[in-house]
Ligand binder design. Sequence first.
Ligand code: MG
Length: 284
Amino acid sequence: MPLETPLANFETGVMFWAGRDPGETLSELRGMGLRCGQLGIPGDLDLSCAPAWKAALRAAEFTVVTVFAGYNGESYADIPTVQDTVGFIPARFREEREARTLGISDFAREIGCHGIGLHVGCLPEDETDADYIAVREMVRRIADHAARNHQTFALETGQEKAESLRAFLIDVNRENVGINFDPANMILYGTGDPIEALGVLGQHIFSVHCKDGDWPPAGQPGALGMERPLGSGSVGMERYLRKLKQIGYKGPLAIEREAENAAERLRDIKAAIALLTEIKAGLA
Ligand code: MG
């Protein structure tokens, strides 16, 4: 099904979360001039809200390009905690999270969205590792379910090096599996320069986040870097957009900002919209 409102190349969008009234959430985003985004679904959200989201999206003429799954029990406190709680790596959560992800794919189908996304967690590099194999098989089963729903399935970047993620994608061997590229995550986790990573992962990129951050503090093993408002961190937004253009990316630019409170988040998103508008004008 084609998008009802065609999006421009590099159209500015936002990563936002379900939980409040869909109509109120979308009118806030439309008030900032946005027409597209990626909808995150918290692990405890009742998925029976799909019809309400579908109606609100239609009324607001707003396109959700990806539905992102979050899971109960996840914590991003520091790198060891991420390894222990996030995505498909912790074996104790796999069965529950696989079922939930199939539900997320069905939710996305119900609201007319053609992509799902998530963090799989910190993949081992050793392809004979039992966790690696279990996660690969899980990704294949979810990918096949998503394919039946006419969806792509994007893995969020950050918790592994670009080369490892690329090797994993090739091993998964499903056409509808690719990447949601987040340049800040690579910096926050210290996994590599995001602009170089774009060169490695280019052909596998389905969608991108525009997020900023600083490298982990020196001398504190396991610590994550700090997320920053767009333009204030170490990514370099202009060189990021230039590189995206160079590798032929044409999809939306989804601003992602997790701030301390709602007012700060809104303020930072508005500033990010202005920054992206300015940078895009310079690229034209
Ligand atoms: Mg992200």
